[in-house]
Design a protein around this ligand. Structure first.
Ligand code: TRP
Length: 838
């Protein structure tokens, strides 16, 4: 398609846009001779030159739509709301062109001209501006009427949505455009926007930077608010993509409506107020924000940490002290700033009287003080967007310069040709634009294959200035050219305050995260680790098991060696030791008493030899309890049950013998009866030893076949290693106990039979008692033993031994000792036999 063939189409676009009625009367090709503009649209600023570049700026931020009832030609759209900031950008473009025209190095002998239009920050008016920039100023001047356009490139637009409109209109003519503020990542698509260049980084980098910032400050619970345009939509999409896989969650998303709507704004504010997310990321321009912010301030919400996008992070409209309570502390990524030395002076030369075009300055007289009235206009200390405009103009100038330097025969175009100096095609300039690199203020400017520029941002924090105003303080940078992880540099000490914004506070070591059902992953509960498991990091996802022989500490933060437990000489051990020694001593004392009074009636009547045996066995019984104290070794384990069972067997054998004798003595009618013959001292010894021998045999078999051995019990209580004696063979263990039990029962039965036999001192009665105590103790022992953990089982067993030994000692010997020591007058044969005079 040639350029000329497209012009009728272009005119028809104008027609369609502004006069729907006439849009169907497509001008026939012959009508091209009658050249007629359907509508006129005056530029803001024009300057003649050899090469013309266009500029489109949103010099007004509001518009009044005419009545579009399709019955008459609609009036032009009225633009309201003068934007001094954008006006400054436009002036910067003019300054740059003037500088280049004065320069002797750049484009010597050639001049640049410009046509600058106001887009009114609205797609429809932006489209009109785009068409106007393509057209001549009037019919006589129109390229359609007088030849090809000399327009080589366009600088514009500000907002991404408008840049898309502009790019689509310029595409058919292959006119390159350079945007100074459109950052939408969508514009990087070379297939959709082949002629688009920009001197601002793509938002792909900005969202990466914001995601890293959120992670850095541990802001894991954030709200996201955006304007309802391409810019906000694509940026939020990018941010969500970047946040995926990080620890940051989005608490809510809200869209500020394109047309102000009080109800919807209040809804958004309500969401912000009720959410626990204290950090809100906002992608929007200052124009979209203003009405929203008015309601926001009216609702008096504070405590929100704003994360600003590049579009408003340096918006000087919000620097007034009334904004500070609501926006103070805001942090965000700002476009790289630069220095334009002549800008401040240049801006002050602008005066409405110099321009005949009254559209631009209707309410001005020319006497106003710029510094006071339009601080946004005069704020030239650190131009960012204006500097982008400046760079864009220089990029075009440098490309053009390179194009003009082309040596015929070695040019980049077909057959190594160069562009014709007096008929440069815009696409030829685009070729040079793509290749250009130059240095401006120490900064390298070039475009990558997608037309994007170097990703670099300043981190800006809003802090209170001396006069209560907001100051934009530089607190770091993001350099997208650095390797991953090194891009973000923050000087945290310069940041005013950093709040906490999390859904759930982090889980301390010793606990783990438990995700809540149907809630984002950032909202979780902290569950303490189970016993035996630990987590040693904050926000652990899992608690890990401790290795064998290790157990968790009280806080569940570390594994410590398990406590080894056995009955030692602690309070319990000492008590048992003392009791057993006391018991043994008492027994020896009784023995001494008996031995000293061996000639008295009570000792002699009661079979002194057997008594000595019993006392001996009891001493051993008491001492048996000691084997249960101390760390179990293979020797002590073997000794424990065997020693105890043999001594008890011995004891019971003696008691059994004694009871038998008592029973026999009294049942025999005459002295010298047969029974007594069979129970002489020799026979008694045989009985005693043989019944003890049975126990010895059982024990020997036990020790040979499956002796008890020390073992580590980790099952009973998993947090401890219990050192205990494993019985080896439980059959043997219960046989041994069973045998003692059997002996005890026999004793009990015999003693029970003998309890009513005559005589003042009937020993059988006491034996019955002692057996009752013994049985009671051991019956109580079984459940206590089974249910006692670890060292307490040993303690219970030795306690049972001691208790039953004391039982036997007291029941059988206390009454006799009482008579021997305190009632010697009763210690006579007559008294004992009950044959005393009544
Ligand atoms: N970077 C923004 C963009 O690409 C800046 C911007 C300028 C903007 N004007 C706007 C954003 C208007 C939203 C609305 O669009």
């Amino acid at each position: 398609m040639t350029l000329l063939a497209l012009y009728p189409l272009l005119y028809s676009v104008l027609t369609i846009t502004y006069n729907p009625l006439s849009s169907f009367t497509f001008p026939p090709p012959s009508a091209a001779k009658v050249c007629m503009l359907q509508n006129s649209f005056q530029p803001g600023f024009v300057a003649k030159g050899d090469y013309i570049i266009g500029g489109i700026f949103p010099i007004h931020y509001n518009q009044e739509m005419p009545d579009l009832n399709s019955t008459y030609r609609p009036l032009p759209v009225k633009c309201n709301g003068f934007d001094p900031r954008a006006f400054r950008w436009a002036q910067t473009m003019r300054l740059a062109v003037e500088e280049i025209n004065q320069s002797t190095d750049l484009l010597p002998n050639h001049t640049l001209g410009y046509k600058i239009f106001d887009s009114c920050a609205y797609p429809l008016t932006g489209q009109r501006a785009a068409l106007a920039v393509l057209n001549g100023l009037n019919e006589a001047n129109s390229p359609m009427c007088s030849g090809a356009s000399r327009l080589l490139a366009v600088i514009g637009e500000s907002g991404s949505a408008l840049s898309m409109v502009l790019s689509r209109i310029l595409q058919p003519f292959r006119i390159p455009m350079i945007s100074y503020f459109s950052s939408c990542a969508c514009l990087s698509d070379r297939r959709k926007f082949p002629t688009f260049f920009r001197v601002i980084p793509s938002d792909d980098y900005q969202v990466k930077a914001i995601a890293q910032l959120l992670v850095r400050f541990n802001w894991t619970w954030v709200g996201v608010v955006r304007g309802d345009r391409e810019y906000g939509r694509s940026a939020v999409e990018g941010l969500l993509r970047e946040l995926k896989g990080t620890k940051v969650c989005v608490a809510y998303q809200a869209i500020i409506p394109l047309l102000y709507n009080h109800q919807k704004t209040l809804q958004i504010i309500q969401v912000m107020r009720s959410s626990s997310a204290k950090v809100v990321v906002l992608f929007s321009s200052e124009g979209e924000m203003k009405p929203f912010l008015r309601d926001y301030m009216m609702q008096n919400i504070t405590g929100i940490q704003w994360v600003a996008s590049e579009a408003w992070v340096t918006a000087s409209v919000f620097t007034g002290s009334e904004y500070y309570p609501y926006l103070g502390g805001t942090i965000g990524f700002g476009i790289r700033k630069g220095h334009i030395s002549r800008l401040s002076d240049y801006l002050q030369t602008i005066n409405p009287h110099t321009y005949t075009n009254d559209l631009m300055f209707p309410p001005c007289s020319g006497q106003e003080s710029l510094l006071e009235q339009h601080s946004a206009y005069m704020n030239t200390s650190s131009p960012r967007v204006a500097y982008n405009v400046y760079k864009a103009v220089y990029a075009i100038a440098h490309s053009l310069h390179n194009l003009l330097l082309c040596q015929p025969g070695s040019g980049p175009f077909q057959n190594n040709s160069c562009a014709q100096i007096n008929n440069i095609q815009p696409w030829q300039l685009q070729y040079y634009l793509q290749e250009v690199t130059f240095n401006i203020g120490g900064e390298e400017v070039n475009f990558d294959l997608k037309g994007d520029s170097v990703p670099y941002y300043d981190i800006i924090n809003w802090q209170r200035g001396t006069s209560g105003n907001t100051e934009f303080v530089n607190v770091g940078l993001f350099d997208g050219t650095k390797s991953a992880g090194e891009e973000l540099v923050i000087q945290e000490d310069r940041i005013m305050w950093v709040p906490v914004s999390v859904c759930s506070a982090s889980c301390h070591p010793g606990s783990r995260k438990a995700v809540r059902l149907r809630e984002p992953v950032c909202c979780f509960d902290c569950v303490p680790c189970d016993s035996g498991k630990i987590s040693n990091q904050t926000n652990s996802i899992e608690c890990t098991f401790c290795p064998e022989d290790f157990w968790s500490n009280k806080d569940r933060t570390a594994c410590i060696p398990k406590k080894v437990e056995f009955l030692t000489y602690d309070a319990l051990g000492i008590a048992l030791t003392v009791t057993s020694v006391v018991g043994a001593c008492l027994t020896i004392a009784v023995f001494t008493v008996f031995f000293c009074h061996r000639n008295t009636a009570i000792v002699r009547v009661n079979n002194s030899e057997l008594s000595y045996f019993i006392l001996f066995a009891l001493t051993l019984c008491f001492l048996c309890a000691l084997v249960f104290i101390g760390e179990p070794t293979s020797w002590s384990c073997m000794l424990r049950h065997t020693a105890f069972s043999i001594t008890f067997s011995l004891c019971f054998s003696c008691i059994l013998g004694k009871t038998l004798v008592v029973l026999a003595a009294f049942t025999a009618t005459r002295p010298g009866d047969n029974i007594m013959k069979w129970l002489g001292p020799k026979q008694q010894r045989v009985i005693i030893f043989s019944s003890t021998l049975v126990q010895v045999v059982i024990c020997t078999a036990w020790l040979i076949d499956a002796p008890p051995f020390p073992s580590r019990n980790t099952q009973y209580e998993r947090s401890k290693i219990i050192l205990e004696c494993s019985v080896g063979s439980s059959l043997a263990f219960w046989c041994v106990l069973g045998y003692i039990g059997l002996q005890a029962c026999l004793c009990f039965i015999l003693a029970f039979l003998a309890r009513k036999l005559p005589g003042n001192f009937n020993e059988a009665k006491f034996i019955t008692f002692s057996m009752l105590i013994f049985c009671a103790v051991w019956l109580a022992f079984i459940p206590a033993y089974i249910s006692s953990p670890g060292k307490y089982a040993d303690a219970v067993e030795s306690f049972a031994i001691l208790a039953s030994s004391f039982g036997l000692l007291f029941c059988m010997f206390a009454p006799k000792c009482y008579i021997i020591l305190l009632k010697p007058e009763k210690n006579t044969k007559q008294h004992l036999m009950g044959k005393e005079n009544k």
